[in-house]
Design a binder for this molecule. Structure first.
Ligand code: SF4
Length: 593
C-alpha cells in the first residue's frame, strides 16, 4: 500500500518541527497555484526596485562645436529668436518644426499610455525629428553623438514632471537609446551652471533666452492685432517674416557684456571682478538699447501696413493649458488660423504671464513657509537670535523675488513701448489671484493653476474680449479641475461667453464646429455693440469710413484710439474715438468760419 503524503505528520526533533519532503512538495504546489491564480487575476506580485535615474551621456564643452542643440514647443517666432540668442553664445542649434499629427501618433506609439496630449505631441515630435535625420542618411549613432535635446523640466505636480522620463522612454523605444536630453528646471533660477558643461546655464544664457521670449511675445501679440484688419491680404505675414529675420540677426550678433580693459585688470586684483561683471551685465540689460532700437525699426515697418479698423470683429481671448494655448499647429487644431479665417481677432497669451505666475507662486510659497524651519528644528520663540535670523532670510528671499517681478515687468514693458506701445501689458498677478482664488485655490499648483479661471473672469469682466476660448488638452489633470470650477464661474458671471475645448490628436471638425457656434454668439455681440456705439455717437459707418480715408494716420496700426469702459471691440472703440475727432474738427471749422 502506498503511503499518501497526507498520512505523514510533521515530527518534532530537538524542539523544532521537522517538515517532511512531502509537506514541502505540497507547500511548493500550493505556492505555484497561488501564483498562477494571482497572475490570472492580474495581482501578480512584482519585485520592486528603487528607481534610479539613468546615467546620461554627458554633453561637454569640448563637444560644443560638433553638437547641435534641438529645442521647440513654443511659436516659430519665439523659437527663431531663441535660436539667435543661443547662436550668439556660441551654440549650434536648431528649432524643431511645430508638432503635427504624425508626431502625436509617434508619441503614442513609443511613449507610455495615459499621458496628456502635449506629452504625446512633443515627445513624438522629437522622435519624428530624429527619424527624419536618419532618413536623410545619418546613422543612429551619429545622431546620438551629434545632437542633444534641450527642454524645460519640473517636478510636478502635473504630468509635466514626467516629460523628461517620457522623452527618454520614447527615444529608447524608437531605437535612439542614449540620446541626450538636457533640462533646465523652470524653478531653478540662475544657478544651474555646471563646470565645463556643454550648455552653460549662466546669467548670459538666461538673459538671452528671456529677451528672446519677451520680444517673441510682443511681436506675436502685435501681429495678431494687425492681421485681421490689414487692407492687403498677406501683408502682415510678409512684414512679420522680414522683421523676424532682422531680429534674429540682432540677437545673434548681440554679445554678452563682459568686463574688459584696465577696469577688468584692476578689479581682478581686488577679487571683485566676478561681482562687477555680474552687476555690469544687469546694467547693460536694464539700460542697453540693442533690442529697443531694433524694435523701433520693426514698429515703423509694421506701421506702414494699411489697416481698416472699421471692420467689426469679435475679440476672442485664448486661454487654457500652457502648450495648448501657445502652439500654432495640430496640437490645438490650428485654432488661431481657424478663428481668424472665421472673422475673429485673436488675443494671444504671452509666455511672460507664465513667468510672472511662477515668480508670484514662489513668493506665495515663501510667505506660507515663514517660520517652518524654526518649528522643524524645535527652536523656542524666545530664541530671538534664531527667530530673527529666520525672519531675515525670508525677507531677503521675498525681496529678491519682488525685485525679479519689478525688473521683469520693466523690461517687458520697455520692449512694448519700443514696438509702438500697442501690445498688451502683463496682467497683474495679484489681481488674477484675487479674481481666481474664490473659485480655484491659488495654492493648488500644476498646469496653469488658478490662472485659467482667473483669466476668464479678468478678460470678460474688464471688457477686453467678447468670448474666452479655453484650450484644454485631453488627459490634462489641472485643466480638468479648472473645468469643474469654470461651471461655477459661468453661473456667477452670466454674461460671459466661455467655451472650453478639449484638444486631442483627432476631432478637429467637432472642435471647430463647437467654436463656430460660440463664435456666432460673439459676432452678434460685436455687431450689436458697434450699432449701439454708432447710434450713441450719432455717426454712420459710411461717415466713419470717409473720415478715416481723409486721415491716413488713422489707417496705421500704431495709431492710438483708447479703450472705453463697457466697449470691447476694436471697431467700436475706434468708432467712438473717430466720432470725437469728427466733432472736434467740425467745431474748429465752425469757429474758424
Ligand atoms: S498642465 Fe496638463 S497638459 Fe500640461 S503637462 Fe500638465 S497635465 Fe499635461
Amino acid at each position: 500500500m502506498s503511503t499518501s503524503p497526507f498520512n505523514e505528520v510533521p515530527t518534532i526533533s530537538g524542539g523544532l518541527i521537522q517538515i517532511s519532503p512531502k509537506d514541502e512538495l505540497i507547500r511548493q504546489r500550493l505556492e505555484d497555484e497561488r501564483r498562477r491564480l494571482e497572475k490570472e487575476a492580474g495581482l501578480e506580485k512584482r519585485q520592486t526596485q528603487q528607481y534610479l535615474k539613468p546615467v546620461e551621456n554627458p554633453f561637454t564643452k569640448s563637444q560644443r562645436d560638433r553638437t547641435t542643440i534641438l529645442f521647440g514647443g513654443l511659436t516659430w517666432k519665439h523659437e527663431k529668436l531663441i535660436h539667435g540668442a543661443l547662436e550668439s553664445l556660441g551654440y549650434k542649434c536648431e528649432a524643431m518644426p511645430v508638432p503635427n499629427k504624425k508626431a502625436f501618433q509617434l508619441g503614442k506609439e513609443y511613449g507610455n499610455n495615459g499621458q496628456c496630449n502635449p506629452t504625446y505631441f512633443t515627445v513624438g515630435n522629437l522622435v519624428e525629428y530624429v527619424q527624419s535625420l536618419e532618413e536623410k542618411g545619418m546613422s543612429k549613432q551619429e545622431i546620438i553623438d551629434r545632437y542633444v535635446f534641450f527642454t524645460a523640466g519640473a517636478c510636478g505636480p502635473c504630468r509635466f514632471g514626467m516629460y523628461e522620463a517620457e522623452y527618454r522612454l520614447a527615444l529608447r523605444n524608437s531605437g535612439f537609446d542614449g540620446f541626450r536630453v538636457l533640462l533646465f528646471q523652470q524653478s531653478g533660477g540662475l544657478n544651474q551652471a555646471e563646470a565645463e558643461a556643454g550648455l552653460e546655464m549662466n546669467l548670459d544664457f538666461f538673459l538671452g533666452i528671456l529677451n528672446a521670449m519677451n520680444i517673441g511675445d510682443i511681436i506675436n501679440d502685435v501681429a495678431y492685432q494687425i492681421r485681421p484688419y490689414e487692407v492687403n491680404p498677406g501683408e502682415t505675414d510678409r512684414v512679420l517674416g522680414e522683421c523676424m529675420d532682422m531680429l534674429h540677426e540682432v540677437l545673434r550678433q548681440k554679445q554678452p557684456w563682459t568686463l574688459e580693459g584696465k577696469l577688468a585688470s584692476l578689479l581682478g586684483k581686488t577679487g571683485f571682478a566676478g561681482t562687477a561683471e555680474y552687476v555690469g551685465k544687469f546694467l547693460n540689460q536694464l539700460y542697453g538699447d540693442d533690442y529697443t532700437a531694433a524694435l523701433n525699426v520693426v514698429r515703423d515697418r509694421f506701421n506702414a501696413i494699411p489697416v481698416d479698423r472699421t471692420r467689426v470683429k469679435p475679440l476672442v481671448k485664448v486661454t487654457g493649458e500652457f502648450w495648448a494655448q501657445t502652439t500654432e499647429g495640430d496640437g490645438n487644431f490650428n485654432m488661431f488660423k481657424f478663428l481668424e479665417k472665421e472673422g475673429a481677432q485673436v488675443l494671444v497669451e504671452p509666455i511672460g504671464t507664465w513667468i510672472m505666475y511662477m515668480i508670484h507662486q514662489a513668493k506665495q510659497q515663501t510667505k506660507d513657509e515663514r517660520g517652518l524651519d524654526l518649528i522643524q528644528q524645535g527652536v523656542s520663540k524666545w530664541n530671538l537670535a534664531k527667530v530673527f535670523g529666520s525672519r531675515l532670510t525670508t525677507q531677503q528671499k521675498l525681496a529678491k523675488l519682488s525685485a525679479a517681478e519689478v525688473i521683469f515687468k520693466r523690461e517687458y514693458h520697455r520692449l512694448i513701448t519700443a514696438l509702438g506701445g500697442i501690445a498688451h501689458h502683463l496682467t497683474d498677478q495679484y489681481e488674477l489671484q484675487r479674481l481666481g482664488h474664490p473659485f480655484y485655490n491659488s495654492r493648488a499648483g500644476g498646469g496653469e493653476g488658478h490662472l485659467e479661471v482667473a483669466k476668464n473672469i479678468y478678460y470678460s469682466n474688464k471688457d477686453l474680449c467678447h468670448m474666452v476660448l479655453s484650450l484644454k488638452p485631453f488627459g490634462c489633470m489641472p485643466s480638468t479641475q479648472s473645468d469643474g470650477a469654470q461651471s461655477a464661474v459661468v453661473s456667477t458671471y452670466k454674461d460671459m461667453i466661455f467655451i472650453p475645448v478639449e484638444t486631442s490628436g483627432e476631432g478637429d471638425v467637432n472642435a471647430h464646429s463647437r467654436v463656430q457656434m460660440a463664435l456666432g454668439e460673439a459676432k452678434v455681440r460685436a455687431k450689436n455693440e458697434m450699432k449701439r456705439v454708432l447710434d450713441e455717437a450719432g455717426v454712420t459707418l459710411d461717415d466713419l469710413k470717409e473720415f478715416v480715408a481723409d486721415h491716413p494716420e488713422m489707417q496705421q496700426p500704431m495709431y492710438k484710439y483708447g479703450h472705453r469702459k463697457g466697449v470691447v471691440g476694436v471697431a467700436a472703440n475706434f468708432a467712438l474715438h473717430a466720432a470725437e475727432r469728427m466733432k472736434a474738427e467740425r467745431r474748429e471749422t465752425v469757429a474758424v468760419a
